[in-house]
Write a protein that binds this ligand. Sequence first.
Ligand SMILES: [Fe+2]
Length: 197
Amino acid sequence: MVKKFDDINFIRLNFDVTNAFQKSFDYKKLLARARTETFTIPRVFFEKTDILSESFLKTFEKFEPASILFFYRKPNYQHFGAHIDLNNKTNKNDSVYAINWLLEDDESEMIWYKLPPNWEEGLKHTEIGSAYAEWDIKNLTEHGKRCNIKNICTLVRVDIPHNVYMGAKERLSVSVRFNRKFENWDQCCNYFSNYFI
Ligand SMILES: [Fe+2]
């Protein structure tokens, strides 16, 4: 039977992220670059083989790792909206999940909201071609618990609107994206259940 996970926005996974990157990974250099990105939500993009370690790629092989994004936010920055991450090829809302963690602990909280009806009408593309839809958080209803991601490998939901509440410390988060698609969040969580802490 497929277990239901609708009220759960994030699940901690049993994978040590200290070994997720190749030995050449330079955190300070990446942070310096991320601070200067001028996108609305500053981000740095890599293909999987540019940066992920052999052990990470092997562990998550069946989910087909595709790319990795580093999201940067300044201290106390409050973004006006929350978004869903859509399928870049089909514009469908089947991207469902990402694996995130933070490179340094901070006070930020990831926050989720209920999916508005007619979300298709909000379809847009970012500067780097990622499909998404976004709404002002004033018009959304919060859903489930918030999460301070920490330096812990965390399965996060991205098919309902999500945003970050910043604290007084800057934030650099890692988000790994996969080609393995699921029909919905419940199916995704059931498939990942061997990795739950
Ligand atoms: Fe997102």
